[in-house]
Design a protein. Structure first.
Length: 190
């Protein structure tokens, strides 16, 4: 009888040990897989919590000033998209935008002049307050963000926002917004 009790107790003990071992191994594998996936991402890519935003402010709320704001937006995104599309690190993106500031200002002013406007434009990198904002399925809470600020004329009119890094906003030929994310692209390759 004693042998049968030991057999049952011993078997239960071994089964319990196997279950705990299986749970521990599974936990370790899940953590390792998560760390491996994060390590595979380019540095700076995993954290969208500190994006670089774009903020274009129109001269006024007049329809004509609002219309030219979108033309400038299209020209600036055409200028920046190829420069930022393959960047994986935030610091590198910030440096590219900073070095492109003269080109951005010149492109904005050239576009304004071509459209018949006499006021100029300014472009700068600044840390500014932004309200809650959603871009497709992405949500950015209100707070301070580094941003490329483009003021057209007085910059007191309605404005347009998006995210320069990680690369989020690109435009189709018809002007429709297409959303892109380096993280989504990498996950899609798995």
């Amino acid at each position: 009888m004693r042998g049968a009790r030991f057999f049952i107790y011993g078997r239960a003990k071994i089964t319990g040990m196997k279950t705990r071992l299986a749970i521990r191994l599974t936990s370790i594998l899940v953590i390792a897989a998560a760390l491996f996936a994060l390590a595979a991402l380019p540095s700076g890519c995993a954290a969208e919590s500190d994006p670089i935003r774009i903020h274009i402010r129109a001269n006024s709320d007049a329809d004509i000033d609002q219309a030219v704001k979108y033309i400038v937006r299209d020209r600036v995104t055409q200028l920046l998209a190829p420069r930022l599309s393959s960047i994986g690190r935030r610091a590198e993106a910030y440096g590219i935008i900073r070095s492109a500031l003269p080109d951005i200002r010149e492109e904005a002013e050239r576009t304004l002049k071509k459209c018949g406007f006499t006021y100029g434009a300014s472009a700068r990198l600044s840390r500014e307050e932004f309200p809650d904002r959603s871009y497709g399925d992405r949500f950015y809470p209100a707070g301070e963000y580094d941003a490329l600020i483009i003021d057209l004329g007085s910059g007191r009119g309605g404005n347009w926002w998006c995210v320069a890094f990680p690369p989020l906003c690109f435009y189709g030929d018809d002007g429709s917004v297409e959303y892109a994310s380096l993280i989504a692209e990498l996950l899609g390759r798995l």
